[in-house]
Design a protein around this ligand. Structure first.
Ligand SMILES: [Zn+2]
Length: 140
């Protein structure tokens, strides 16, 4: 039971230490991931300097975790989430297309650039864009 007590004491100390500090969020994880990627790249010949670069995002991540200015850190998080929402939804689209490649076909509406998803194997059909109402004929 000594290990248990030690762990509980450690957790208690950790909680006290982290009290009022910001802790982790998505941006912190992204920074840590970036640091790991940089240090992996540094394994390649002539790219050793990436090891030095890899320290930077890690340092920022730790600084953010320990920061007591939680408002500023929260705003950074919102800004980060806003930036990555575009690429994130594009990545999700690609994932969906790969998942549906056998059952559905994707079209881009010429009028409003919306993505339309149609079941495959229906032959030539008339489509009305649900977003802008444009009509088109497509082969599925
Ligand atoms: Zn449209």
């Amino acid at each position: 039971m000594k290990i248990r007590q030690f762990l509980l004491k450690f957790l208690e100390k950790y909680r006290k230490f982290m009290y009022g500090r910001y802790g982790t969020d998505e941006l912190t994880y992204a920074l840590i991931l970036l640091s790991v990627i940089f240090s992996l790249i540094s394994n390649f010949d002539k790219l050793w300097f990436f090891y030095l670069i890899s320290i930077l995002p890690l340092a920022v991540a730790i600084w953010r975790i320990l920061s007591r200015n939680t408002n500023a850190r929260y705003n950074e998080r919102l800004f980060f989430l806003k930036i990555i929402s575009g690429p994130k939804s594009k990545l999700k689209n690609i994932k969906n297309r790969i998942r549906d490649r056998k059952t559905h076909k994707y079209f881009i509406c010429k009028n409003c650039k919306a993505t339309l998803r149609l079941p495959k194997g229906r032959g030539k059909i008339n489509i009305t864009c649900p977003k802008c109402g444009a009509k088109m004929i497509k082969k599925t």
